[in-house]
Design a protein around this ligand. Structure first.
Ligand code: NDP
Length: 331
């Protein structure tokens, strides 16, 4: 290369360049374990920004079960080295751009999932920090009309819901059963099935207090798993989307030739495992549904948790009872 990118453009004279400090606050752990391994580092180094990355000033982040499973050491074989700053989901403002970045500039409001593959070589420095460096291709403009907290809860969960339904071949006129309809992923799977994929019938499972919620998300049939075993009911579905880990039961309610997508736990044929991939362009394709309000983010009512309460937020998510997303805001 002949000329460094920074030398080819003169510094802005009108807008003041965003001040980026050398250190920041970040949650980190240097050993695998329970939530007590998480420590707040007040002087963590602000991550360097590669040519194809932007630096995001984090406004809000969100937790996913993969964060605590990874923290517990479940993915050690393919994890990034310790110490780890956890967090995949982010919404914030671009404060610096790498030399090859084309789609974003300083001041842009963005959201995304910061690691392309969540289990395989995830980024060491995640979103539970004041700044995070993110590959340009993994980000999308924050949907108009959503605040940072709402946007932060979306990326990993909506990419999982969308990718799983797509891989399962859901299309207009087909029926789908969502197992775990009130969780981060399930609440979006119900809405996408109805609003984006045009499913004829959307059924979903949850416990008694969440049955009305399932209906408000667009479920035509809400099954209270404390009262009925879905696999014993007569209805069969073209697609079963399992966000609980009930693969063995799920295959009992799929129609002949239908498909069963499983996010976690054992997979029994014809069920198959789906693992999410991060991709900003898919988020951008979904933005119109989010901007029109056809698909709505669902933030767990115990939150958003302020940045100081990340440990409490993890402990709550780990109960497995969250309704929608556990969001960290403000950061
Ligand atoms: P959440 O923590 O948001 O899910 C919590 C929800 O699960 C609660 O609302 C709870 O409802 C519901 N739930 C728990 N048990 C049952 C049950 N037996 N039947 C119906 N609902 C139940 O998790 P996520 O939605 O974020 O993720 C779900 C799973 O998918 C996790 O194991 C996660 O690791 C995995 N996952 C995998 C991905 C992949 O790429 N493979 C990507 C994303 C997630 P209630 O209180 O009524 O029981």
């Amino acid at each position: 290369r002949c000329v460094p990118a920074s030398a080819s453009s003169s510094p802005a004279t009108t807008a003041a360049a965003t001040e980026v400090p050398g250190t920041m606050k970040a949650w980190a752990y240097d050993a695998y374990g329970d939530a007590t391994v998480l420590k707040l580092d007040e002087v963590a180094a602000v991550p360097p920004v590669a040519d194809d990355q932007v630096l995001v000033k984090v406004a809000a982040a969100a937790l996913n079960p993969v964060d605590f499973k990874r923290r517990a050491g479940k993915f050690q074989a393919t994890d990034s080295p310790l110490p780890t700053v956890p967090g995949y989901d982010v919404a914030g403002v671009v404060v610096k751009v790498g030399g090859e970045v084309k789609s974003f500039k300083e001041g842009d409001e963005v959201y995304g999932m910061i690691s392309e593959k969540p289990l395989d070589g995830p980024k060491q420095l995640g979103s539970l920090a004041e700044y995070v460096a993110v590959d340009e291709k993994l980000l999308a403009p924050k949907p108009n009309g959503l605040d940072f907290a709402e946007a932060a809860g979306l990326p990993l969960a909506i990419l999982t819901a969308n990718g799983g339904l797509e891989k399962a071949g859901l299309s207009a006129g087909k029926s789908v059963l969502v197992l775990g309809g009130a969780g981060g992923v399930g609440s979006l799977a119900i809405q996408l099935a109805k609003q984006v994929y045009g499913a004829s019938t959307v059924a979903a499972t949850a416990s008694t207090n969440k049955i009305e919620l399932l209906k408000s998300l667009g479920a035509d049939v809400a099954i209270d798993y404390t009262k009925e075993n879905f696999e014993e009911l007569p209805e069969k579905y073209d697609v079963v989307f399992d966000a609980v880990g009930q693969g063995e039961k799920a295959v009992k309610v799929v129609k002949e030739g239908g498909s069963v997508v499983v996010l976690t736990g054992a997979v029994t044929p014809p069920g198959f495992r789906f693992v999410v991939t991060s991709d900003g362009s898919t988020l951008e394709k979904l933005n119109p549904y989010l901007e029109s309000g056809k698909v709505k983010p669902l933030i767990d009512p115990t939150g958003p948790y302020p940045f100081s309460q990340v440990v409490e937020a993890f402990s709550y998510l780990e109960t497995g009872r969250a309704t929608g997303k556990v969001v960290i805001s403000p950061v």
